[in-house]
Design a protein around this ligand. Sequence first.
Ligand SMILES: Nc1ncnc2c1ncn2[C@@H]1O[C@H](COP(=O)(O)OP(=O)(O)OP(=O)(O)O)[C@@H](O)[C@H]1O
Length: 688
Amino acid sequence: MFFRMAIFIPEKLATAGAKAIHIKRALSQLDDHFVVRSPFQRRSWLPDFLLQHAQRGWLAMAVCDLAFAHIPFGRRLFEPSKPSAFEALLQDFQQFDQGRAAPAAKAPAHGATKPSLPKVVLMWRCNRQEVQHLAARFGATHGLVFVSKEALQAEGAALLTGLLAPLDLPQSQALLTHYFPEAEVPARATTRRLFVRDNRASLGKFFLDYNQEWAAKLDLRTPQDSDEASAHFSLRLVNGVAGSGKTLIAVARAMLLAELNPAQKIVVLIHNTPVVADLKAKLIRTHGALPANLRILTFFSWATSQWMRLYGYKPHFATPSQIKQVLASQRSAWPQLAHSDAQLLDELDFINDTLLENEAQYLQANRTGRGFALREKERSALWGLYQAVTQALATSPNKSLLWSALPRGICLADDHRKLALVDHVLIDEAQFFAPAWFQAVRLGMQGSGSLFLCADPNQGFMKNRLSWKSAGLEVAGRTKKLHRSYRTTQAILSAANSLLQQHTKADAEDFLQPDLSGMEPGQPPVLIHCDSQQDSIDRLLNEMELALQTPGITVDNILVVFGDPRLQQPLYERLRKRFGEQAVWSLNHEDTKNEPPHGLQRDYLRMASVATATGLEAGVVFLIGMEALVSASAHAAWQAHREQEARTAATEAHVRKLYMAMTRAGQSLVLLASQPVAAGIARHFKQM
Ligand SMILES: Nc1ncnc2c1ncn2[C@@H]1O[C@H](COP(=O)(O)OP(=O)(O)OP(=O)(O)O)[C@@H](O)[C@H]1O
């Protein structure tokens, strides 16, 4: 039978050397119902391990390296004020967790005492007989069990299992909160709190699950850990379905890194401005200020500051109308390019994103998945157009550039010495990053740092189906997949998932199948047909009123995602009129895109465009003005592309976006449509 072993968190033991290998091997005999945690040594003294078994309970373990001959047995005549190393260990271990456990122990439910945490000392250099002596002398007086290395190696799993003691839920949660605070999920920060109806609701405690905690602590090192290990650059990828806790993991890890390495710089980069604003607002409300050595910002604001260091001036990005004008004036020189403006611009971005430096490289470039073919002559023409547009923008009065040229400019600069370097970078929503972005990030890192990526390939993949490898990232064997969603219900996730599967080519390597088992069943997503856009806004307001009558739902549990940008202003006005001037946070308004309009300490009803909704979430989500993604006419237009590749690319891009928008919802999802919805989409909703 296949044996799965205990989960070690962190995976690597902090201590190096043969002893660590032996201990790990012995503890590895435990099966996968066990979690073996090593606490970060934040306090004066902590045991080496806390073992937790799903049903059988807990055990604290300290490892003692002293030989029997060095253990003082009798009363010591000299230096009584200075306990020996062994005595100090016994005292520390005896006292460990006592202060914290005492109040609970004093207040037993029915007169019985609460169970206490069992403690075992692993005497690494004593044999069984010597350990018997120690147990007889110190066991009862200090409330400790002694075990020899030999016994552990021979009877490991059975021995330790026999020592475990079950603790009740509050005790167990208190242990985690106290010694592994990084694993706690603040109740305010989880849509899950809306689901919980059992006792846990009253306790209000949530924790990362084992897989999440394991991923969050991979390769974490304290400065005290071995220098040899910390000399290496580490790369990790967490691939997870929507709502599987990727952002949560990235933030928990970033906070830990900041705490454990106060002298190092940590940066969390996210593509999307509203997510950064939303995340920071939540973090500041739950944790207070962020650690001084941790920054959370958009990739482009980070890249802009790096650009300024390299080139000495602030880059000026061409506006959409300027780009349109320049393209219109330049493209006439290449009449063989019959493609749409959007396709040409997309191709210019592709050249920038993939760091193609000259025509020869571009002619050789792999364009698989780009959605439209280019013959060799057309590629040559496109390269000419690329140069002409870049040049025309650069020589315009405001010396502007395409957004995609910013990371390229960083990567291709002659001298990178002026770049600011950080130690650890965590990238959330890495599926939206392009190869040039990753390279720019890497150039801004210390050689011994770590790069931690979180991505959901189902929500889109590096724009043009590029692989991690093509972006210079060797993630094979360094990837953790998360299949469980905590955000949403079975009904919503399975609807979104089957919609995605129906419309995309199943690519086994990239597609993440969610694990729906054990999820809250929930209600299916609802589709409301409206007569016009005006009508859809009226219906939206009514549906929101209804939602707010649900116990536990307040305005901050609601997110409105709009597709048509023209809806932004009328929606904003109507929502403010109905719910209060100060109640709405429009995440796309220029002056409130970085922080909420009236301070962090109040709740807001949030609204965001679908283009910027990635990473956001709410218990109740309304999708409105999404005709470009869902209407029958939009579908017909994608299907009208002459080339099969273009049809597939257009369909996939739109459906992935819709999948992303649908999976923003926790408990309830409502789509309001003012045009007939394509049958292939409507069938995944309950229609009203
Ligand atoms: N172990 C957990 N216990 C309680 N809540 C959790 C847990 N893991 C995740 N959550 C909650 O589930 C929701 C989704 O988490 P998060 O936003 O980190 O997921 P994600 O993988 O980044 O999603 P997406 O890629 O769709 O944006 C959040 O409200 C988060 O707090």
